[in-house]
Structures are given as structure tokens and as C-alpha cells.
Write a protein that binds this ligand. Structure first.
Ligand code: DAH
Length: 368
């Protein structure tokens, strides 16, 4: 460190002036360039190793007696200078050495807003049509018990009607009574049962949701797909109400030109049951490839709630300590169920169901 200490050639006035001018210059140089104020303070004013202390020790050591006073005065001056410089450095923080600039010629980063997936969009559109009619949304679990998915809906155990809904069952359920065994729900209809057990009529619900079937995937089938279910139960609900409601819903979804027709069908939980067809939206009913030259497209199942369903609901309500509320002599209702994928495919001219699940942005962006 000692070689760092400047030599003082002699103690006469002019040598002292020159030596202290050099030191003052050193201080100025450091305060204009030094970013770290605390390091500057330590370097000059540190009690033991500070430069002021080292230099004054060195210079005072050999100073003749008459030089001690002028030396001391000059060190005091220098010390004041350093302190002023320190205060200024604290008051004006060092500027960053690099300047952050904005290059306005660079391309911007585009933040593309997301959109509803076409299936969700379609599902929401269907649900909205029924909300406008005063229906509310009800939801249920995807892992369902045999009771809600089948038994209460009038599919007795081992009944061949179950074969139409090839079921994915949860493993390890054999020890349970058949009605408690768990499965992946094959339709949204179990939410009808859940709702009626929970609430007395009047009921008007729509049930959007995911369902599962052990079907091989092809152009129009997927083992996981979506349905919207509907249920209306009240006094004096008739088949005309069912027809009017669904005719209105189809017109709201596909356009007011669309006609509907009802064909006899079978579902265990409705009696009578019907399949609903709409006039082909591609050819207006003249017949084309899309409607297999029939002029009609089959779209949904529906019917009047079977009294056996009401009986199963009331039985369960009583078992839970609730009053009966579904006497078929007093209340009637209708139900319907439709596939969301099928509606989305028809609405948007999609011919491969797999496109909806592919995550292919080129496909999805078309719905933005
Ligand atoms: N759950 C039936 C299915 O998945 C569809 C259905 C038909 C629902 C008629 C209904 C109905 O509510 O009344 O095949």
C-alpha cells in the first residue's frame, strides 16, 4: 500500500500546495467516475486504512515541528472537500452507464386473443337458446353410479337397452351392489334424476356436459363427446309443449326457415319417445349428399318422461326423508338430448369429428 502514498519532497509552502492540489484532483476525479458512494467513503475516510489517514500518518511522521500546523490545516481542508464531495454523490445518484433505448423499427410482439373452442361455443349457443326460455343450467359428475346412469332411468340391470350405450366402467366395483357401481356416464340424462331428487317441480333445466362411450373412433364417433340434455317437468306439460319448444330451439339454432319433424323412437326413460329431424340446412330439403338425399337430418332424441322414472325418483326421495313430489297423475314432463359435436359439424360443415380434438390451430383459427 505504501507505494500508493505520494512522496512529499519537502515541507515548504509551495511543495505542500502542489502535493495537496494533486490529492484534491484525485478526489474530484474519483467522485465524477465512481458509482459506489460507500466504497468512495471507505477509500478516503476509512478509520484505519482510509487514504486520508495513511497519507497524513506518512507525511506527519517526518514533519519538522513548524510544518505540523500548516500540514494539519491542509489535511482538514482536504477532509472537508471529501465530505462535500460525498454529500453531493449521495444527493445525485450515479447515472447508469448504458442507456436503454427503444428500437421502433423492430416488429411488435402480437398478443392474439383466445377464442372459445368451437365445441364450447356450440354448447353455449344451445344452452343460451334454452336460457332465453327460462331454463337454468344443471351439471353432474362424469364418474357416475349405475343407479343414476341406468337404473333410475328405467334401464334395469342386464336389460338389452344398455347395449346401445357401450359403457366404460370403473375397475374394482364388483363387490358393490350393482346400482352403486361406478362408470363413466354414457349420457347427460343422469342429471335429470339428480335434479328431480333434489328439487320438486316445476323444473326446467339444460345440462351441458361430457360423456363417454366405448365406441371406436371414426369420422363421426369419438369415445369422449358432449351432449346437452333438457328436462321440463310441471303440471299439464304435453307433447305439444315438447314439439313447440324443440321446433323453436331448432329455428333459433339453424335459422327460421328450418322445419322439424318427429319420428317414433324408443328410449327407456321416455314414453312416448321420438327422434327429431330438421330439414336439411344444406339443400333446404331438396335432397343432397349431406342428408343422404332424404332432405332431412336427424338431430336429437326426446319424449315424455316415463312414469317409471318419476317412480324411481320419488322412491329415492322417500329413502332420503323427502316428501314425494312426482306423482304421475299430477305432474308430467318432457326430456330431450342432443350431441354437441353433431350440431357443431352441421353448423360449420366439419366432416371429421377428430378435428375438434386435434388442437390444430389452422382448424381452430377458423372459428375466431
Ligand atoms: N340420453 C340419450 C342418449 O344419449 C339421448 C336422449 C334421448 C336424452 C331422449 C333424452 C331423451 O333426454 O328424452 O342417447
Amino acid at each position: 500500500m505504501n507505494e500508493d502514498i505520494p512522496q512529499l519532497p519537502s515541507y515548504d509552502e509551495s511543495s505542500l500546495d502542489a502535493a495537496f492540489a494533486t490529492l484534491a484532483e484525485e478526489v474530484r476525479g474519483e467522485t465524477t467516475s465512481r458509482v459506489d458512494v460507500e466504497a468512495f467513503r471507505l477509500r478516503w475516510l476509512g478509520r484505519k486504512q482510509g487514504r486520508l489517514k495513511l497519507v497524513s500518518d506518512a507525511w506527519l511522521k517526518n514533519a519538522p515541528a513548524e510544518a505540523r500546523k500548516p500540514l494539519g490545516m491542509r489535511f482538514n481542508q482536504l477532509k472537508q472537500q471529501i465530505e462535500v464531495a460525498l454529500e453531493q454523490a449521495i444527493a445525485t445518484p450515479a447515472k447508469p452507464t448504458t442507456k436503454a433505448g427503444i428500437d421502433i423499427t423492430l416488429p411488435g410482439s402480437v398478443c392474439v386473443p383466445g377464442i372459445e373452442h368451437p365445441l364450447l361455443k356450440t354448447m353455449n349457443e344451445v344452452v343460451a337458446v334454452f336460457h332465453d326460455l327460462g331454463y337454468s343450467t344443471a351439471l353432474g359428475p362424469q364418474v357416475e353410479s349405475d343407479f343414476y346412469n341406468f337404473e333410475a332411468l328405467n334401464f334395469p340391470p342386464n336389460h338389452p337397452a344398455r347395449d346401445t350405450q357401450d359403457t366404460l366402467v370403473v375397475a374394482g366395483q364388483q363387490a358393490k351392489p350393482s346400482r352403486d357401481r361406478l362408470l363413466m356416464r354414457t349420457h347427460t340424462s343422469p342429471v335429470q334424476i339428480r335434479t328431480m331428487i333434489a328439487e320438486a317441480p316445476p323444473i326446467r333445466i339444460v345440462v351441458p356436459g361430457k360423456v363417454h362411450r366405448n365406441d371406436a373412433a371414426d369420422a363421426t364417433h369419438s369415445p369422449v363427446f358432449h351432449q346437452v340434455e333438457g328436462l321440463c317437468v310441471d303440471t299439464n306439460i304435453t307433447f305439444s309443449d315438447l314439439k313447440g319448444t324443440l321446433d323453436h330451439a331448432m329455428k333459433a339454432l339453424f335459422g327460421s326457415d328450418v322445419k322439424t319433424r318427429f319420428f317414433p323412437s324408443f328410449f327407456p326413460f321416455t314414453e312416448p319417445s321420438a327422434d327429431v329431424q330438421i330439414s336439411c340446412i344444406f339443400c333446404g330439403g331438396k335432397g343432397c349428399r349431406k342428408c343422404k338425399h332424404s332432405g332431412w337430418i336427424e338431430l336429437l332424441g326426446c319424449g315424455m318422461v316415463d312414469p317409471a322414472v318419476f317412480a324411481a325418483v320419488d322412491e329415492q326421495r322417500v329413502a332420503m326423508g323427502k316428501p314425494t313430489a312426482y306423482d304421475p297423475a299430477k305432474v308430467t314432463g318432457f326430456a330431450f338430448g342432443m350431441g354437441v359435436e353433431r350440431i357443431a359439424m352441421i353448423l360449420h360443415g366439419v366432416s371429421e369429428i377428430g378435428q375438434f380434438y386435434s388442437g390444430d390451430m389452422r382448424f381452430l383459427e377458423q372459428f375466431a
